[in-house]
Design a binder for this molecule. Structure first.
Ligand code: GLU
Ligand code: ZN
Length: 314
């Protein structure tokens, strides 16, 4: 099986070390396996995304030498890797799911959903829906005036996926409670659906991303399987945090790659720093990409099993 992976940034800001960490590890592993790297631009939420950030991401990756085989300007066998150019695929799949009854319209008001979500649910840590609109009749639907969002009709059962660091992860999913939104009331495809369709339809075999997305993975694995695609293997990576424990991406002015470049950092300095953080070096030093590829097997990077990794500088 040929390995296919993706780095999937949302172009809502400049690329920082936290993004580069994921991009680099994904690239390193994939290239060591002789696989295909996809750069997928997750820009369905047009209000939050900017073209300038897409250019920035391309620029930073090119400067680092982290090349990709499919991405903006390089359409692969499964179509564009830019989500805003993939609406037709999403629409087709949504209409198929509607015909099959796999999704249903939900007319609940914002305040009703708010009430449901804030009610105590024993043993539940994630948002739960109460399935209110699951079984509306055709007449009841016809009487509604509000634009609905659409939810997945979940089945009771469990879903499992494999993670390179966590082993097999199994989660129970409940009909109703876990009926998550796949299409928003404003017509936008929900993030959860776009990611699942893309990972499935683009033949992604391994998903490397931050472990902050771990709670979404059971939903995505369920959906990918339901759509008839093989579920990828996951590699949920530790997040980089600053010395106060704050995630780099959450900080307003995290250290962007552009800033580091302007301050005189070279790509090999950043690679050395990332390898050090990953447990591959006892102290940071300059490492070329070629050396990283040949002498730093991904499997030997010991810190990747951690929950988070503290970046010792500000
Ligand atoms: N676009 C998401 C983000 O930038 C990542 C999605 C993923 O890797 O699955 O947070
Ligand atoms: Zn509802």
């Amino acid at each position: 099986m040929k390995v296919r992976t993706r780095f999937a940034p949302s172009p809502t800001g400049h690329m920082h070390l936290g993004n580069l960490w994921i991009a680099f590890l994904n690239w390193l592993w994939t290239r060591q396996q002789g696989g295909t790297v996809i750069l997928r631009i997750e820009d369905i939420d047009r209000d939050r995304c900017r073209e300038e950030y897409v250019r920035g991401i391309e620029n930073d990756l090119a400067w680092m030498g982290l090349d990709y085989d499919e991405g903006p300007g390089k359409t692969g066998p499964y179509g564009s890797a830019v989500q805003s150019e993939r609406y037709d695929i999403y629409r087709q799949i949504l209409s198929r799911m509607e015909k099959e009854g796999a999704i249903y319209p939900c007319y609940c008001s914002r305040s009703r959903i708010h009430q449901v979500l804030s009610a105590p649910h024993e043993g539940e840590e994630r948002p739960v829906y109460d399935g209110h609109c699951r079984n509306l009749t055709a007449e009841e639907r016809a009487r509604m005036t509000k634009q609905p969002c659409w939810r997945l009709r979940m089945e009771d059962g469990s879903v499992s996926f494999r993670d390179l660091f966590l082993g097999t992860v199994t989660r129970h999913l409940k009909a109703g409670a876990d009926d998550f939104v796949v299409r928003r009331a404003d017509g936008l495809v929900a993030y959860q659906l776009a990611v699942s369709i893309d990972d499935g339809q683009m033949g992604v075999t391994h998903v490397f991303r931050g472990n902050d997305l771990l709670d979404s993975t059971p939903y995505q694995a369920f959906l990918i399987r339901k759509l008839g695609y093989p579920v990828p293997v996951y590699g949920h990576l530790p997040l980089l945090v600053d010395t106060r424990g704050i995630r780099l991406s959450k900080r307003q002015q995290g250290i962007t790659i552009e800033e580091l470049r302007n301050r005189g950092s070279r790509p090999e300095d950043l690679i050395g720093l990332l390898l050090y953080l990953a447990g591959g070096l006892s102290e940071p030093r300059s490492v070329s990409l070629k050396e990283a590829l040949e002498h730093f097997p991904f499997e030997k990077l010991t810190a990747l099993h951690k929950k988070h990794i503290v970046l010792p500088v500000s």
